[in-house]
Design a protein around this ligand. Structure first.
Ligand code: HEC
Length: 98
């Protein structure tokens, strides 16, 4: 029984830190365009703007965020960040926008 509580605790901490990571990356690297709609960026939390993009699937969104798309430069200009960090920021946007 204790083991189950322990495992659940670890999982909760693990998943919340993944989410927090994506959120903090979003706030430092993506926020400038995706909170304001600058350069025509789809706004975070705007379900209408994101539905058809999310339908492309996570892999496509990851690739487009990493390689850039249209007016969005590769990694939003933050090529110093790892692919995994960018993916966690994409996950954060997906969770906030669907
Ligand atoms: C300089 C402004 C700018 C920054 C910074 C920026 N984006 Fe974007 N982003 C855009 C624009 C503009 C689009 C729309 C591109 C299009 O569809 O032509 C876009 C689209 C996207 C898409 C949708 C791609 C698709 O396939 O439809 C994702 C995912 C995304 N951005 C993630 C991110 C993440 C994650 C960050 C931070 C690491 C970020 N963006 C930073 C401007 C930006």
């Amino acid at each position: 029984m204790n083991k189950i509580i322990y495992m659940t605790g670890i999982l909760a901490i693990f998943s919340s830190s993944l989410f927090a990571d994506g959120e903090s990356t979003y706030k430092s690297a993506c926020f400038a365009c995706h909170d304001t709609g600058a350069a025509g960026a789809p706004k975070n939390g705007d379900k209408m703007a994101w539905t058809s993009r999310i339908e492309q699937g996570s892999e496509t969104l990851y690739n487009n965020a990493i390689l850039g798309k249209g007016a969005m430069p590769p990694k939003g200009g933050r090529t110093d960040l790892s692919d995994d960090i960018i993916k966690s920021a994409v996950d954060y946007i997906i969770l906030s926008s669907k």
